[in-house]
Ligand binder design. Sequence first.
Ligand SMILES: NC(=O)C1=CN([C@@H]2O[C@H](COP(=O)(O)OP(=O)(O)OC[C@H]3O[C@@H](n4cnc5c(N)ncnc54)[C@H](OP(=O)(O)O)[C@@H]3O)[C@@H](O)[C@H]2O)C=CC1
Ligand SMILES: CC(=O)N[C@@H](CCC(=O)OP(=O)(O)O)C(=O)O
Length: 346
Amino acid sequence: MVKAGIIGATGYTGAELVRILSRHPQVELVALTSRSYAGEDMAAVYPALTGYTGLPCADLTPEEVLKRVEVVFIALPHGHAVPVAARALEKGVRVIDLGADLRFREAKTYEEWYKVPHGNPELAARAVYGLPEIHRKAIRQARVVANPGCYPTSVILGLAPLLKAGYIDPATIIVDAKSGVSGAGREAKVTSLFVECNENINPYGVAGHRHTPEIEQELSALAGMEVKVSFTPHLLPISRGILSTMYATLARPATEAELRQVYQDFYAGEPFIYLLPPGRWPHTRWVYGSNNCHINLAVDGRTGRVVVASAIDNLTKGASGQAVQNFNLMCGFPETMALAAPGLCP
Ligand SMILES: NC(=O)C1=CN([C@@H]2O[C@H](COP(=O)(O)OP(=O)(O)OC[C@H]3O[C@@H](n4cnc5c(N)ncnc54)[C@H](OP(=O)(O)O)[C@@H]3O)[C@@H](O)[C@H]2O)C=CC1
Ligand SMILES: CC(=O)N[C@@H](CCC(=O)OP(=O)(O)O)C(=O)O
């Protein structure tokens, strides 16, 4: 059994980690931190977890957590993970950070977009970007994994096969993405109130969302050249789910059947990626609560563009499910352990 802890256990991604890890046969959860719910059982904070964890939350310092665990999941708002991860490395504790602090190979990119000092560029360069479908080999060896952002997960998985094979002009990519409100975390804020979100959809972070450089970093590596994207997220009046619809001009003529084969080859053997049959477009409900990513595409011969749609659950494949997938790889467990499940039907 691997002793694991979650720093920031009572947030949405922390609770999703507890939900998944409580059914993981190789994990013993030994530390769940929270300042506001210290002394309370997770089931008091999230009654859905009743019967699945008896461990109370505690206001532990990172040092106290690191004394007890072999692996630590950091589920804090960005700006807090770097010193914790650095100390964990010194103590031989493996780290999976769900925030943005270690996702950029260049710390200065993080500082430019997140507007906070990074403090440890060596650690930024050393951390492995935790998207298993692209970086599986490096994740297996990693001591520190930077779990990807939710939108970047859906976008990179949706476009990777086309960019890698050179089928699209990288200068023409447009991403129209939509997220459920849990993507904003559990912290109280006016924009997450029911009355503000319900019966509404709006773009935000237009031409400046923080996930843009993360998407560009990974797509550039896949394309072997600098890629810039137009990325516009929207807030949807649903709890969980991300749907990204992506458009790009074909670099050379291609049929839909040819492109479908490219995806099938690229994702052959992947346990969580599903290219849906022609004409069956991804729905967020079909991946709800699962670690699956549903993808489909069409060639628009009239415009010479390809349209790709990709759906994930922001809290599962977009955060905590992917974190457990990374954990499994780092520990040498089957990658699907505690994760194999379909979404909702209906
Ligand atoms: N929500 C999502 O869909 C996704 C989120 N992420 C990232 O994962 C991380 C966690 O997100 P999420 O779970 O949504 O966030 P939440 O706001 O829901 O939870 C944050 C958690 O951190 C604790 N916390 C907050 N501030 C501090 C602090 N200054 N020091 C110590 N603990 C603190 C909170 O508990 P308490 O205040 O009681 O200590 C809570 O447990 C973020 O970096 C986020 O960007 C990544 C992908 C998707
Ligand atoms: C709906 C909503 O607000 N979503 C969040 C996603 C944040 C997230 O996952 O972000 P990190 O990169 O900070 O981990 C946003 O757009 O900022």
